[in-house]
Design a protein. Structure first.
Length: 258
């Protein structure tokens, strides 16, 4: 049985749950691969408008399963396969063309924090705690992940987290922008947060997401043609005509993504 659970909270909104509570939802190689597989499958769902990523048992994700990763230390080929699973999972989350919301309770640490940074937004409850521990382990946090942390939390908070490996709580994470909203129940708060986005025009959201992601990494020019292609699709779409009609008729538009 997979440690990753996919279910639907409503017809347009999926939930992906990391279900390894005995390990505080730390991910081993198989779990990383299963998480990637679920996100790739969701990317092919035509009616999907949003995804909530969360963890079971009061933890979001305690990062990589250190024991599983350490087992590959003296085997370069196995270590590369393991690392490739992690990077492919990150890419699958980043590549989603709909909003992805991390609903965070408890620890969100290391690779788990990176996973949350790959989401569009992070919504938390009061128990959420964030840390990036490479400085405590003698490792180096990847450059692209550092760039995402700076973009989300600001350079001062990012430096403190990276230089010390210290935890920050939900309130501080919200104050610096790492967290977008706090509620008594992380998944319920994430549903409330994403709700207005589910009704938005899918092509508009996809283009905005593509541009925002590129801007965070300083590569807007690299996606300019793709954004222009989405703009051309939107100009010719039934959704554009529906949006115009709804505006004239003073009603809420119903977008179909085409």
């Amino acid at each position: 049985m997979s440690d990753i659970i996919l279910d639907w909270l409503e017809p347009r909104l999926a939930r992906v749950t990391i279900n390894r509570p005995a390990r505080r939802n730390a991910l081993d190689g198989q779990a990383w691969a299963d998480l990637e597989r679920n996100f790739r499958a969701l990317a092919a769902e035509p009616g999907l408008r949003g995804v909530i990523l969360t963890g079971a048992g009061g933890a979001f994700c305690a990062g990589d399963d250190i024991g599983a990763f350490a087992a590959t230390r003296d085997d370069p080929a196995a270590r590369k396969i393991y690392w490739d699973h992690i990077m492919a999972c990150y890419e699958a989350v980043s590549a989603m063309m709909v909003p992805v919301i991390a609903a965070i309770s408890g620890p969100c640490v290391g690779g788990g924090c990176t996973l949350a940074l790959r989401c569009d937004f992070r919504v938390a409850d009061e128990t959420a705690r964030f840390a990036v521990p490479p400085a405590k382990l003698g490792l180096v946090y990847p450059a692209e992940s550092t760039q995402l942390l700076i973009a989300a939390a600001g350079v001062t908070t990012a430096r403190r987290m990276l230089y010390s490996g210290a935890f920050i709580g939900a309130a501080e994470a919200a104050a610096c922008g790492l967290v977008s909203a706090i509620g008594p129940d992380a998944v319920a708060a994430a549903r409330d947060f994403v709700a207005p986005m589910l009704d938005a025009a899918p092509l508009s959201v996809a283009a905005a997401k593509l541009t925002c992601d590129a801007a965070m990494l300083g590569r807007v020019a690299a996606v300019a043609e793709e954004v222009e292609a989405l703009a051309a699709l939107a100009d010719a779409s039934e959704d554009y005509r529906e949006g115009t009609r709804a505006f004239a008729e003073k009603r809420k538009p119903v977008f179909q993504g085409r």
